[in-house]
Design a protein around this ligand. Structure first.
Ligand SMILES: *[C@@H]1O[C@H](CO)[C@@H](O)[C@H](O)[C@H]1NC(C)=O
Ligand SMILES: *[C@@H]1O[C@H](CO)[C@@H](O)[C@H](O)[C@H]1NC(C)=O
Ligand SMILES: *[C@@H]1O[C@H](CO)[C@@H](O)[C@H](O)[C@H]1NC(C)=O
Ligand SMILES: *[C@@H]1O[C@H](CO)[C@@H](O)[C@H](O)[C@H]1NC(C)=O
Ligand SMILES: *[C@@H]1O[C@H](CO)[C@@H](O)[C@H](O)[C@H]1NC(C)=O
Length: 493
């Protein structure tokens, strides 16, 4: 009896959630459309320039901003020109294609009309399409096989680059001027004073006598403080003399550069990590500890440097195996951002992922006024919240968050399988996975999925911990666990 009542309650709850979500998100669709217009006008008056956004049909948006989009077989690339290089930047198609109710309905109608019109004509061309599909599937397999190399750069004769630049509209300059809707306080723009184009990195440990290096990569909308304020102080003094610790702020977050014209692609994030940590500090072999979105960067980095990784520790890795026939980017977007109002963290992720202009507005209210917001939060919570989390949460630009979320989480969806296969077959390091049982953002099944791909991975599900408290609040235990992992890896080899 109690069981039936319970399942009835669960069912009712789900129906209510679905209904409310549907209504709320339909309204938000409209609101985002309205905000799109509002920002166009505001940008024009404040920055004296029409700025393209991803609402306009993709081709128009790209040519407006002086870039060329190449889209093929579900992969989207932007052609970028620097002074001597022609480069293809991979971007996620979820940036400009998110089928909402409105677009679905209109597309459905258009398709119906097309179908009616073309009925009877299609037979002759069907064979053609089939052949193309076979060819393209071949092509995609090749791409995935080569997926371990993240780079697609061509060196081009400089005369040709100049010609192209004339055509495309010139090189984008890296002028560190924040946009009007971003914060321009000292903390948020401290990167502009140092001319070096490197990330902010907090390094601890002995300079010369260190035997091993550890790289810490934080998750989405966070910062190096996620580690330096928790795990770092709790490591034993023995560990502090043995290991050199590097905690970075990712490109666009914390105190790292936040270029306004960057697309925050996987390549850009990886390049910056290499340029900041691996190259100047001559790091040859290292341990990686990564949280959430950082796990994707960690895997890509491990695949790029297969001989250098000594251990891989992943916390809440967002790995969703894509069912056959689904488009990877779109599938993962719907898993991470399900357009539901409950639980709150899913609602937040849905807002951040689906609405370019609403998330810009949230950023405008919170990030631009972060001093005031921090003060209010401290006042309301009577200082019980650890403020280092707030700092990470407030100090980013909308451009960085928007592109990183789409290009890293959704854009890499089709590659993760290949990455995990490389880690399984070509790397010999230990793989450890931690996941909070109550994680409402990345379900525990993600970690089990990684384990299914990499049988030697050790999965530890922590009871009564969620996406954040997997580290924050259990830092002492986690520091011990990390030390054991690092120690084991050196005794093993
Ligand atoms: C079929 O192919 C022919 C020639 O390639 C083309 O002219 C025609 O428009 C196509 N029909 C459809 C329905 O795509
Ligand atoms: C693949 O495409 C090429 C042209 O690019 C064509 O010559 C070839 O017949 C196609 N192969 C298959 C299996 O359809
Ligand atoms: C680039 O191409 C132009 C024209 O094809 C040629 O005259 C020039 O020598 C080339 N430059 C270099 C550096 O190869
Ligand atoms: C270690 O972590 C605990 C919480 O788990 C914290 O209270 C303490 O301040 C940390 N230790 C140091 C030395 O900071
Ligand atoms: C470390 O090695 C010991 C002994 O081989 C083993 O019992 C322990 O489970 C290992 N710990 C981790 C975290 O791998």
């Amino acid at each position: 009896m109690a069981k039936t009542i319970r399942s009835a309650l669960v069912f009712t709850g789900r129906v209510i959630n679905d209904t409310v979500s549907f209504v709320v998100f339909s309204l938000l669709d409209l609101l985002d459309l309205f905000l799109c217009l509002a920002y166009r006008v505001a940008d024009f008056f404040i920055e004296a320039e029409w700025k393209a956004c991803y609402c306009s049909p993709s081709k128009e948006a790209i040519t407006n901003s002086g870039k060329i989009l190449v889209s093929e077989h579900g992969e989207s690339k932007i052609v970028c020109l620097s002074s001597t290089k022609l480069r293809l930047e991979e971007i996620s198609d979820t940036l400009y294609r998110r089928p909402s109710l409105l677009t679905e309905v209109s597309k459905l109608t258009v398709n119906e009309l097309k179908r009616l019109k073309l009925d009877g004509l299609t037979n002759a061309n069907n064979t053609n399409t089939n052949i193309n599909v076979i060819n393209s599937s071949h092509h995609e397999k090749n791409v995935i096989k080569k997926g371990s190399s993240v780079r697609s750069t061509f060196m081009v004769n400089s005369t040709i680059v100049e010609m192209l630049q004339g055509k495309i509209g010139g090189q984008q300059s890296h002028i560190p001027i924040p946009r009007w809707s971003d914060c321009d306080c000292k903390f948020c723009t401290c990167w502009t004073s140092s001319s070096k184009e490197t990330l902010f990195v907090k390094a601890e440990g002995p300079r010369d006598s260190a035997r091993e290096d550890v790289l810490f990569i934080h998750g989405f909308i966070s910062s190096s403080a996620f580690w330096t304020e928790t795990v770092f102080p709790n490591l034993s003094s023995a560990a502090k003399t043995t290991y050199r610790l590097f905690a970075i702020d990712l490109l666009g977050f914390g105190r790292s550069p936040k270029p306004t014209d960057s697309l925050y692609t996987l390549r850009e994030h990886l390049d910056m990590i290499e340029r900041t940590v691996l190259e100047p500090h001559k790091v040859k072999s290292f341990h990686i500890v990564a949280h959430s979105l950082g796990c994707i960067l960690a895997l890509a980095l491990a695949v790029k440097h297969p001989g250098s990784v000594r251990s891989l520790t992943l916390l809440a890795p967002p790995y969703f195996p894509v069912p056959k026939g689904e488009q990877a980017t779109q599938y993962v977007m719907r898993r991470v951002a399900p357009r539901r109002v409950w639980p709150p963290i899913a609602f937040g992720a849905s807002l951040a992922c689906w609405y370019e202009h609403i998330s810009r507005t949230i950023c405008l209210v919170i990030c631009k006024n972060h001093r005031l917001v921090e003060f209010l939060v401290k006042l309301i919570t009577r200082n019980r919240l650890r403020t280092f989390l707030l700092e990470g949460f407030f100090c980013h630009t909308h451009n960085a968050a928007w592109h990183t979320l789409h290009n890293i989480i959704c854009g890499t969806a089709a590659k993760l399988d290949a990455y995990l296969t490389v880690v399984r077959d070509r790397l010999s390091c230990d793989v450890h996975i931690f996941h909070g049982e109550d994680d409402e953002l990345i379900p525990v099944e993600c970690s089990h999925n990684v384990k299914a791909k990499i049988p030697r991975a050790r999965v530890k599900i922590i009871e009564k911990k969620d996406h954040i408290t997997i580290v924050v609040g259990r830092q002492k235990t986690f520091a011990r666990e990390l030390e054991e992992i690092w120690r084991n890896s050196s005794t093993r080899t």
